[in-house]
Design a binder for this molecule. Structure first.
Ligand SMILES: C[S@@+](CC[C@H](N)C(=O)[O-])C[C@H]1O[C@@H](n2cnc3c(N)ncnc32)[C@H](O)[C@@H]1O
Length: 419
């Protein structure tokens, strides 16, 4: 728990105290939210004592995590907020890019900012945190990364993503929408610094300065936008499918496995045969849609669904599967898809989110898949060997086994009832 004083010349002069749910759990060693009321009571008392308004904001992660070391915001987010508050925000158009769990959006909600996020889960997280803190959500303020902002922006705030391509893509979007005297503030943890953070920023702005480090974080301040350089966001990845078809897969920046088709995916595709009675398939966590495309080449009439949390991934897969009986779903859960049941679900599931390694998302997806297979249906997925998913899969499926492995990867096949 920590204090976060707002800039004193802001019209609303009150003190914010931000609390992460995980920290409350650590504090109480229990998951009882009545404890939060006790904390609120404490802060009311503090407010009386110091004769100064105090406001508690509870910021939690979505999806939730069992891992108490994973935080809902970073020191880079805190630093960004400190830097933003050096500026007068009155009547300024503000846009927040890549706010992971909604820390920035919640704190800056009074500015009525635009929110640009690639991941549906980011959007859900922000909405949940705003609601939880009693703020009405204006859904029209969410912009996907491929759209232009509807107005010129005075202050752009970017939590720098892991992918440098996506960083460049966001800077391109920011500079296109920036007002003449606008500024962009970009936060990152010092351990993630690379000189390219500066050189890419210099492609778009004349004035690029880097702050001193604070809590192992830094902020870049970008001013005086340049004429945007010509920029083609779509990357082409040549790939030979196992039936011999040569194609160039297209993808937007930040989408999984830039440069080549992931080796785990290649291993899966080399060992995947769709059976004649498998007519409805889900490519789960579909990225650029390479698995769905391989299925389509094997069995062109198949009804294919693709689900991914990343908007840019789904937009990429639309470029790669432009014909056939194909359904695209932007979302982080199978709830995003009506009640379709599948003959087969195929996946190279996520175990990273940005710089974090986290298998909880995969586990949640496995559980959901088990509820969406037709009787006798199967789930085929590939994973790094060290992740050791077999015991987890055995919990959700009637049968689960390893059907193929090499030095690095394993392919699991799981069935629910039936054949
Ligand atoms: C390992 S990549 C696989 C991508 C693609 N199938 C391939 O083989 O190249 C995992 C994908 O999972 C997506 N993802 C992460 N969390 C997700 C979730 N909760 N629901 C759906 N997709 C998710 C990521 O955006 C990423 O595209």
């Amino acid at each position: 728990m920590h204090d976060f004083p707002r800039n004193s010349n802001r019209s609303e002069n009150r003190e914010f105290v931000l609390i992460e749910r995980n920290q409350i759990i650590q504090l109480t060693k229990q998951r009882n939210f009545w404890k939060l009321n006790a904390i609120q009571y404490l802060f009311r008392k503090l407010q009386q004592k110091f004769n100064r308004p105090v406001f508690i904001m509870l910021i939690t992660r979505y999806p939730p995590t069992e891992n108490n070391s994973l935080r809902a915001w970073s020191a880079a987010d805190e630093y960004l907020l400190k830097e933003v508050q050096q500026n007068s925000l009155d009547k300024k158009a503000v846009a927040i890019f890549n706010d992971r769990f909604g820390y920035l959006g919640c704190h800056l909600h009074k500015c009525n900012p635009w929110h640009v996020s690639d991941f549906k889960s980011q959007q859900i997280s922000l909405e949940l945190n705003l609601k939880r803190n009693g703020v009405n959500v204006e859904s029209g303020k969410f912009i996907n990364p491929l759209d232009s902002l509807p107005e010129l922006i005075d202050i752009a705030i970017l939590s720098i993503p892991k992918s440098l391509d996506l960083y460049r893509f966001y800077l391109n979007q920011i500079s296109r929408s920036m007002a003449e005297n606008g500024i962009a503030l970009c936060g990152f943890m010092t351990r993630h610094f690379t000189p390219q953070l500066l050189s890419i920023a210099e492609e778009y702005f004349h004035d690029v300065s880097q702050s001193l480090a604070w809590k192992k974080a830094r902020v870049l301040t970008l001013k005086e936008k340049k004429e945007s350089p010509a920029y083609d966001a779509v990357e082409e990845i040549p790939f030979t499918f196992s039936d011999g078809g040569n194609e160039s897969l297209k993808q937007y920046p930040g989408v999984f496995s830039s440069g080549n088709v992931d080796y785990a995916t290649q291993f899966l595709l080399g060992n995947l045969t769709i059976q004649p009675d498998e007519n409805c398939i889900l490519d789960l966590a579909s990225g650029n849609g390479v698995i769905a495309r391989a299925v389509q080449l094997q069995k062109p009439d198949t009804e294919i669904h693709l689900l991914d949390d990343s908007y840019l991934a789904i937009a990429s897969s639309k470029l790669n599967l432009s014909t056939g009986n194909v359904h695209f779903h932007w979302g982080d859960s199978l709830d995003e898809i009506d009640d379709t049941e599948f003959d087969i679900v195929v996946s190279n599931p996520p175990f990273h989110f940005e710089h974090e390694v986290n298998t909880e998302i995969s586990t949640a997806l496995f559980r959901e898949v088990a509820g969406r297979l037709k009787p006798g249906g199967r789930f085929v997925c590939v994973a790094n060997k060290h992740l050791g998913y077999l015991p987890t899969l055995k919990k959700f499926f009637t049968r689960a086994s390893i059907i193929k492995e090499n030095r690095k990867f394993v392919i699991y096949e799981c069935k629910k009832g039936g054949k």
